[in-house]
Design a protein around this ligand. Sequence first.
Ligand code: ASN
Length: 327
Amino acid sequence: MKIYIAYTGGTIGMVPSEQGLTPDAAFADHLAQHLNASDELTHDFVIASYLSLIDSSNATPKDWQTIARDIESRWQDFDAFIVLHGTDTMAYTASALSCMFENGDKPIIVTGSQVPMYKVRTDAMINVMGAISACEALNCVKHHNGVFLFFAGRLIEGDRAHKAHTSDWQAFSSPNCPERGVLGIDWRWAVTDSTQKSMNVRIPEMEEGAVTILPVFPGVQASHWLGLLSENVKGAVLLSYGAGNAPDKDPALLALLKAATDRGVVIVNVSQCGAGSVAAGAYAAGSALVKAGVISGKDMTYEAAFVKLSFLIGLGSSSEEIKNCFS
Ligand code: ASN
């Protein structure tokens, strides 16, 4: 197999500096040495290091676009793609690539590590080797391809991953969807729908700052959200309580939401619980949101809801089209 590996930044290839860990341009060579040292790996690897290597906490929607365009430009030349990325925003990038490479017929696996590769006790190579193994399995055994996040033995659908732990090896969860595969000594695969859908690659010009997140917390006031719902904002993820609730006794708060949805901002309700689904309107406190024009994000992660809004806005979809996509 020909496998393209892109190092975009992140802990996996970081080294110490006076300010703390920072990405290292020499990482691609070190990784190549590791991969070439094994006789068992017979693949052709091309490892690219991005010119601007970042801690993924600096990533913006433009970076998702850059990674997607890079993969698209090499699509015909490789059988599989591995994106090495920081964990902080890995779930957003995996979601974005899922939107951009819909029903992709080759694997795109996003991975990284909790501890840099230069350390003795690192999870870097176990994650890279697992990602390579996922590429082999997806390509050869004809399990369904697509975009996935691989971490600590779990192959998670790209638009279902959530960063769930700061320091465990198992940093990602798949709250509302079974993992596609779990890698122990061998793979255990989930049964999936086997209908082959046609591939649809759409990489829009991504806007920065078009989507915001509105946190709900005890005592939240309209003034807290006013700046977040500024003129240039076209979409928002509302991080509600429980099954989709927010305070319904503050008219100013609801009026602010209603004014935003009236001017075309699409506001998607996703629970801050981390797992489970929004049941829009089950409680009076949730019905008030529905009346203000807020739509349900159902069981999406907030990362996926944020990305899907950004993607559809990038495509130039109207508010109505975006709402239809979510429903
Ligand atoms: N701050 C790092 C990043 O997201 C964290 C990591 O990769 N483990 O780039």
